[in-house]
Design a protein around this ligand. Structure first.
Ligand SMILES: Cc1cc2nc3c(=O)[nH]c(=O)nc-3n(C[C@H](O)[C@H](O)[C@H](O)COP(=O)(O)O)c2cc1C
Length: 203
């Protein structure tokens, strides 16, 4: 594992295993969001890369089938990716594509074990080797939450206080366009390298 900066975790230890070999450079962003942080990042990525961003619930089978590479965006709720079940259902369709996954979290970027755990528990094994993982900071605006989510945040705060733990989930907003830069650069390296003489098969 290489930590490239505060918000990037790269699960490809060997530079020879960088990208999946593909000649199809057509990209798509597929995201799921509850309170707007993940969809905001999707909109910024879409503008920066000039590729469409589609909500997971609105995605057609053809859109997924015709994409050469896929950027997946999902927040974490109670340790689970919001698109966890969809990822499981689409494992076969995603397996042959180069994937870039950005997780939007309240977890601080130095909590490497915890972030790795999210990937291990939520990303099906069949697509992990094609998947480069990035972590973007999210937001919690308490007044915007549903009643159920308010209760969860309150319970989390209470438990943390009882256990004398520092709380990760509390009101904050760290959503910032600057955080997409590493991913945008990674895509540029991918689209530049793939199809050229440095193409390398990842598996
Ligand atoms: C009820 C609740 C549970 C959450 N659970 C986690 C969690 O387990 N781990 C984490 O890192 N962030 C957690 N978060 C933070 C969200 O991932 C963060 O707010 C993110 O920005 C939400 O993205 P969205 O606005 O696209 O829905 C939680 C937030 C809420 C409201």
């Amino acid at each position: 594992m290489i930590i490239k900066d505060n918000f990037v975790l790269n699960y490809h230890p060997s530079p020879e295993r960088r990208f999946l070999n593909t000649t199809n450079m057509k990209g798509i962003i597929i995201y799921r969001s509850k309170y707007g942080a993940t969809s905001q990042y999707a909109a910024w990525l879409s503008a920066a890369l000039n590729i469409p961003a589609v909500a997971q619930q609105q995605l057609s089978r053809d859109q997924l089938a015709s994409a050469g590479y896929v950027i997946l965006g999902s927040p974490i709720y109670m340790g689970k990716l919001l698109m966890r079940k969809w990822l499981q259902r689409q494992e076969a369709a995603l397996a042959g594509k180069q994937l870039f996954l950005y997780l939007v979290t309240a977890t601080k970027p130095d909590k490497v074990e915890k972030l790795q755990g999210y990937i291990r528990l939520n990303v099906p094994p069949g697509i992990r080797s094609n998947c480069r993982c990035f972590f973007f900071p999210g937001k919690i605006i308490y007044r915007q939450l549903s009643l159920a989510d308010k209760m969860k945040v309150k319970t989390g705060s209470l438990l943390a206080r009882l256990m004398h733990k520092k709380l990760d989930v509390s009101e904050f907003n760290n959503v910032d366009e600057a955080h997409i830069q590493e991913l945008v650069q990674d895509i540029a390296r991918f689209t530049g390298a793939s199809g050229g003489k440095f193409m390398i098969q990842a598996s």
